[in-house]
Design a binder for this molecule. Structure first.
Ligand code: GDP
Ligand code: MG
Length: 819
């Protein structure tokens, strides 16, 4: 039976206009998983709950529903590849991963709670990936059952949600993506109750009323939103409320109240009346359904009348692009190679006959211990069982040897909620699961055919969330250590936001984005990966960054002591520029020309200076810059440039004070001088030398520690507000916004909070407000700690000392300028 379904899905996978790849995004608890479950239940009759990640849905449109569809299509059958990403803010990396392999996003917002910081972040990421969104205002049932708001109030609540989302969208314009404003009149906004399985767009109602009023469906849709009022007494439309008691907003009159009426009739058990109404609107009930009562009856009636799958799925089909459409403009974001080569062209035209271009975005643990399957998207060509593929790591460069493997795909499968169904092959435009590649892929990779030696990989993802919390781990039983080492490797593989490292002291350290994220990681590690082996964890410690603030008295440069051949000066980089690099602005812009253009135009650098930038670091993408300021140049620079760059990468990875990464430092290389022509065997020495000079110049330029700051959002009723403020202030927090949430007694408070102070805040808030306040934290930015770490006894010096002790570092390098 699964096989039959798989064959059916596979058939539609060839119809590239009839596919939608969609990420479902929402703030935690806004009902995303419940909604996805109810869409799945409708599509496959199995209502098993899926836990995160992917599924493929089948949906057949009626001719009537497709009447106004203008896009290309091949028949009425569609498939939707849905990815449900975990909602908590700590996991936003997962969202990034999902967006990369989808072209559309279904944004789910709880109508009562409204748009949150997290929704904002997700929308931004969607834009960056050129993913088009549709919105559904969810948990609609709450308006009728819990809140019992009247139609006009409800309208205000919904329009507020839509407006809030649009404010975020308005800050983005993308010529290629076009208009992305949410507008119920256009049909890209849904109203749903995932829990009860019903939902609608204005199209659902416009279709019913168009006939009644003898107007066009689109015209009717316009009347069902905004300032359009209908007086049922005079049967006249007006553009404002006339004040007559029978005059009501179109939306209220024709959408909200009919729903309200039916829900009420069901809940009151007025069955005779109900059957009459249902007959009038053409809803049929099976005889056994007629025996239902109360909530169960209400749910069934609503599901039969306004099935959520029709509303939401049709909205996705109408308003989200097919791969055939989306790949035309996404190719620029996706492909790392020349945009005119055969690979780019095959992606652009979503060509199943072209060379294989498949992006693996995630390695997912299977029930088979120790094995992963590779989940990703085919952008061009086809992948099939047994196919020999070239696996390019994210940093692979054609012509070079590293980051490349050739192997065969063991199995190609469609992911249907819980199960994988094997299929012969999968063509471009679809998501896919592959077995047998887990030894070769760390996290993400690009696959192409064996023979395609000049293909470039799909761009690696840039994660703007930093793992700011670290925990040292040990085994309870020392002999379990090999298991732990292996387990940590696998943990890092399954989640791009986890970094596992070994300190110089020999400690194993796991870094994540927040307390909750780490808790989840450890639970996965202990229970799923290590099969119950107990581990001992230290209290989480915060990651810091090292920077410089420079100063007028630092005219002198630092040159290497023993060889005197490199002269370097450190200075602070513009914060805006460092931020932009950190957030991945240049992640997509690796060619030096394009990069210097942006730096000149947006950050006001001198053209000449911008062109002298050698690289960013650490890892080639970090927020520190190396600039070649050598006058006249050095004759043999070409020979040693690589070694200098390598030294810069190492040095920025581990600062001089506490071995933490550097942030926002520009290093000017003033002089390179060698008495002899540098030989290649000197490379290592030059690299080491560069690293030393780099750290020396940092120490000479007024070094500072930077601490991570969370943006926290707290919701609380007014009566406990002062307790909330007390907690924030106690923890060095700084309130930046306080707004009353419309139509609720809740205040929404946003504040900056040093991560180091954030431990246990959730518990403290709960205690102080008897559980009335909720909080979410997300990393926001790095901030210079207002103390001199070189001044003995200062708070920053204390932090430095603690980190050094923990890491087992020896004595700190002295400021080379102070004798
Ligand atoms: P997620 O975190 O966004 O995946 O949210 P879930 O789907 O796990 O739902 C969070 C909570 O909201 C659960 O208690 C659900 O039962 C409830 N919920 C989800 N959808 C609805 C809905 O449409 N109406 C109501 N009233 N509650 C809902
Ligand atoms: Mg969920």
């Amino acid at each position: 039976e699964g096989k039959i379904m798989a064959d059916k899905l596979r058939r539609i996978m060839d119809l590239k206009n009839n596919i939608r790849n969609v990420t479902v995004v929402a703030h935690v608890e806004h009902g995303k998983s419940t909604l996805v479950d109810s869409l799945m239940a409708a599509a496959s009759e199995s209502s098993s709950s899926i836990k995160s990640t992917g599924t493929t849905l089948y949906y057949e449109m009626t001719d009537a529903a497709l009447k106004n569809y203008k896009g290309e299509r091949q028949g009425n059958e569609y498939i939707i590849n849905l990815i449900d990403s975990p909602g908590h803010v700590d996991f936003s990396s997962e969202v990034n991963v999902a967006l990369r392999i989808t072209d559309g996003a279904l944004v789910v917002v709880d109508c009562v709670k409204g748009v949150s910081v997290q929704t904002e972040t997700v929308l931004r990421r969607a834009f960056e990936e050129r993913v088009r969104p549709v919105l559904t205002v969810n948990k609609m049932d709450r308006c009728f059952l819990e809140l019992q708001v009247d139609g006009e109030e409800a309208y205000q609540i919904f329009s507020r949600v839509i407006e809030d989302a649009n404010v975020i969208m308005a800050t983005y314009t993308d010529r290629l993506l076009g208009d992305v404003q949410f507008d119920p009149e256009k049909g890209n906004v849904g109203f749903s109750s995932g829990l009860h399985g019903w939902g609608f767009t204005l199209k659902s109602f416009a279709n019913m009323y168009a006939r009644k009023f003898c107007v066009d469906e689109n015209k009717m849709m316009e009347r069902l939103w905004g300032e359009n009022y209908f007086d049922s007494a005079t049967k006249k439309w007006t553009s404002r409320n006339t004040g007559s008691p029978t005059c009501k907003r179109g939306f209220v009159q024709f959408c909200y109240e009919p729903v309200k009426q039916i829900i009420k009739t069901c809940m009151n058990g007025e069955k005779e009346k109900l059957w009459l109404v249902l007959q009038k609107i053409g809803v049929t009930m099976k005889s056994e359904e007629k025996d239902l009562t109360g909530r169960a009856l209400m749910k069934r009636v609503m599901q039969n009348w306004l099935p959520v799958s029709s509303a939401v799925v049709e909205m996705m089909i109408f308003h989200l692009p097919s791969p055939a459409t989306a790949q035309k403009y996404r190719v620029e974001n996706l492909y790392k190679g020349p945009l005119g080569d055969i690979y780019a062209n095959a992606i652009r035209s979503c060509d199943p006959e072209g060379p294989l271009m498949l992006y693996v975005s995630k390695m997912i643990p299977t029930s088979d211990k120790g094995r992963f399957f590779a989940f990703g998207r085919v952008f061009a060509g086809k992948v099939s069982t047994g196919l020999k593929v070239r696996i390019m790591g994210p940093n692979y460069v054609p012509g070079q040897k590293g980051n490349l493997y050739v192997t065969s795909v063991q199995r190609t499968a469609i992911w249907m909620g819980k199960k994988h169904e094997s299929v012969e092959d999968i063509p471009c435009g679809n998501t896919v699961s592959l077995m047998g590649l887990d030894q070769y892929i760390k996290m993400d990779a690009t696959l192409t055919n064996e023979k395609e030696v000049d293909a470039h990989p799909i761009r690696a993802m840039v994660f703007s969330v930093s793992p700011v919390l670290r925990v040292a781990v040990q085994c309870k039983v020392a002999s379990d250590l090999p298991k732990l080492v292996e387990g940590l490797k696998r943990l890092a593989k399954s989640d791009p936001m986890v970094v596992c490292s070994i300190e110089e002291s020999g400690e194993h350290v796991v870094s994540g984005t927040g307390e909750l994220h780490l808790q989840t990681c450890f639970s996965t590690l202990e229970n799923e990966i290590m099969g119950g082996v107990e581990i001992v964890k230290t209290h989480p410690v915060v990651a810091f960054r090292e920077t410089v603030i420079g100063g007028l008295d630092f005219k002198d440069c630092i040159c290497s002591k023993n060889m005197k051949n490199l002269t370097l000066q450190a200075r602070p980089l513009e914060v805006e520029l460092a931020d932009a690099i950190d957030e991945g602005l240049f992640g997509l812009q690796t060619n030096p020309k394009g990069r210097s253009k942006v730096i000149v135009e947006r950050f006001g650098w001198d053209q000449d200076l911008a062109e002298r930038i050698w690289c960013f670091g650490p890892d080639g993408i970090g927020p520190n810059i190396l600039v070649d300021k050598c006058k006249g140049g050095f004759q043999h620079m070409g020979k040693i440039k690589d070694a200098i760059v390598a030294g810069f990468q190492l040095g920025t990875e581990s600062g001089a004070m506490a071995g933490e990464r550097m942030w926002g430092v520009c290093f000017d290389l003033h002089r390179v001088a060698f008495s002899v022509v540098p030989k290649s065997r000197m490379e290592k020495q030059i690299m080491k030398n560069m690293q030393m000079v780099l750290q020396g110049s940092q120490m000479a330029a007024n070094p500072r520690l930077m601490e991570p700051i969370y943006l926290v959002e707290i919701r609380a009723p007014v009566d406990v507000l002062h307790h909330v403020y007390n907690v924030i202030h106690e923890k060095r927090g700084q309130v930046i916004q306080e707004v009353l949430w419309p139509d609720t007694p809740l205040y929404n408070i946003r504040a900056y909070l040093p991560v180091i102070e954030s431990f246990g805040i959730s518990g403290q808030l709960t205690a102080a407000t008897s559980g009335k306040a909720t909080i979410v934290c997300m990393f926001d930015h790095w901030e210079v700690m207002p103390f001199d770490p070189l001044e003995a006894g200062s708070r920053a010096a204390q932090v430095v000392a603690d980190i050094r002790r923990r890491k087992g570092l020896r004595e700190m390098m002295r400021n080379p300028r102070v004798r």
